[in-house]
Design a protein around this ligand. Structure first.
Ligand SMILES: *Cc1c(COP(=O)(O)O)cnc(C)c1O
Length: 475
């Protein structure tokens, strides 16, 4: 693959601009003497160069992307088309409220849909990612107890949780207390009872958890937390597993975040704009960040006067384009469609699990999962093969690898989330590839260490990259 500088040839041009006819406007002494070292290329060369570059990228429109915990579902193109309509795209944050009633209506309706799905009393769409929703919620919890004169400085987090949970807790000024998992891979009820006390502000629970298992004793968990005066928070990143089938609010969760970019099908990856709206029960509603989209009669407005609010957490109304896409997605699917999403996600994951369980170790779940499952590559270690090697080999076979080395409680973890948008054909191709790799592990393990061979770059030296960090390109 050539760099554009290598395609360059003196005098080649990609444009033909007319003579400007205004020679001599800039005094000669200010004109540069040496030519700029820009590449000189023709128009077809530029076009082909960038098309070639764009096709090096692996994305959800090019293939299967079973990245566990990330819900990499196909993003319907109609979402994009509608979000890029001029009336949405060109809207200015300082436009008078009377001129953007339609935009406010979309935010209001999206909030209502999420409120219903979550079984919550109020919504804020302002947080711009799941992690942001966590921090905002924890700041609300902190203020809630402070306003009541209660001293609660701890947050309980299961040891299977996503790294953002302890990170958000620490960022919001809490002490993080890990709760161990039991032999089923669920939160240990005994440990929870022991750790839950009057100085715990909140239990942050992911359900289904990162092993793809539903917390079977959710009602007991709820009663332990609430008996001790704590708040029960749902990390809603895995909502794709039971969307429209059961409601977190009915299970006793007081607050949750949604990941619009996961469950509600807005594109993600590479740090683009996301949506991490939160839902809360009534007692937390006054603390929600401002502004809040509200409705009187058939007029929408932004409420910025809320005395108990934690204040502003984002400029203007946050990532509006993401909200439009999520709204279109829900509008098209409707309640029944969203329920089918969850059912399809669980069915697809269980199908893959059933095809792989004879070939790989499944440490938890006894052959049943929700929307994802975790297998362990630990038994491959005796052949000198690690989860990393299997993941790299998958790249050569045309698949984006699953999430590896997470959750931390599984050795050599390999976390697979197929999502509902994949056909049986794709699932079978992936399963065949995994089974083929398992055979190679025994027959020629060394080959796996050399993968990937077919990608634009080969295996990177990750140790060197971490130890010799080079942040200045121009050094
Ligand atoms: C993705 C994820 C998060 C964080 O969400 P972001 O939107 O990436 O900030 C938190 N918890 C779990 C379980 C997740 O999968």
């Amino acid at each position: 693959m050539e760099l554009i500088f290598e395609l360059s040839g003196r005098g080649k041009r990609g444009d033909t601009l007319p003579e400007s006819g205004i020679e001599g406007v800039i005094p000669t002494k200010f004109l540069r003497k040496d030519p700029l070292e820009f590449p000189e290329v023709s128009e077809p060369e530029v076009a082909r160069h960038y098309i070639r570059l764009s096709s090096l990228n692996y994305h959800i429109d090019s293939g299967f992307y079973p990245l566990g915990s990330c819900t990499m579902k196909y993003n319907p193109k109609i979402n994009e088309r509608i979000a890029s309509l001029e009336g949405f795209r060109e809207i200015h944050p300082f436009e008078p409220i009377g001129m953007c009633q339609g935009a406010l209506q979309i935010m209001y309706e999206l909030g209502e849909y999420l409120r219903e799905i979550g079984g919550m009393d109020a919504i804020s769409l302002l947080p711009s990612a799941g992690a942001h929703g966590e921090v905002v919620s924890l700041l609300m919890i902190k203020k809630y107890f402070k306003d009541r004169g209660e001293k609660r400085g701890k947050v309980l987090v299961p040891d299977s949780s996503h790294g953002t949970n302890p990170a958000s807790s620490a960022l919001a000024g809490f002490e993080v207390v890990p709760v161990p998992s039991d032999e089923r891979g669920l939160i240990s009820i005994d440990a929870l009872k022991r750790l839950m006390s009057g100085d715990v502000a909140c239990l942050m629970l992911t359900c289904p958890n990162t092993l793809g298992l539903f917390e079977r004793e959710i009602e007991r968990i709820e009663s332990i937390v609430h008996k001790n005066g704590g708040v029960l928070y749902l990390d809603g990143a895995n909502l794709n597993a039971f969307l429209g089938v059961a409601r977190p609010g009915d299970m006793g969760f007081d607050m949750l975040h949604f990941n619009l970019h996961k469950t509600f099908s807005t594109p993600h990856g590479s740090g683009g704009p996301g949506g991490g709206g939160i839902g809360v029960k009534n007692f937390m509603k006054p603390l929600l960040p401002i502004p809040r989209v509200e409705k009187i009669g058939d007029r929408f407005f932004l409420n910025e006067k809320m005395d108990a609010s934690i204040g502003r957490i984002h400029s203007f109304c946050s990532n509006f384009g993401v909200m439009v896409k999520a709204w279109v997605y829900m509008k098209i699917l409707g309640g029944n469609g969203l329920r089918k999403v969850a059912r399809g996600a669980v069915l697809n994951a269980n199908y893959l699990l059933s095809r792989l369980e004879k070939h790989y170790e499944i440490p938890y779940g006894k052959g049943r999962c929700m929307h994802e499952f975790v297998l362990s590559c630990e038994p491959l270690r005796k052949y000198g093969v690690r989860a990393l090697d299997v993941a790299k080999k998958l790249l050569d076979m045309g698949f984006h690898p699953p999430t590896i080395y997470f959750p931390l409680i599984v050795k050599e973890a390999f976390m697979i989330e197929p999502t509902e948008t994949e056909s049986k054909n794709t699932l079978d191709e992936f399963a065949d590839a995994m089974i083929e790799i398992r055979r190679e592990v025994e027959e020629s393990p060394d080959v796996l260490h050399d993968a990937p061979k077919k990608t634009p770059v080969g295996r990177l030296n990750e140790v060197k990259a971490a130890r010799e960090l080079k942040v200045n390109w121009y050094d």
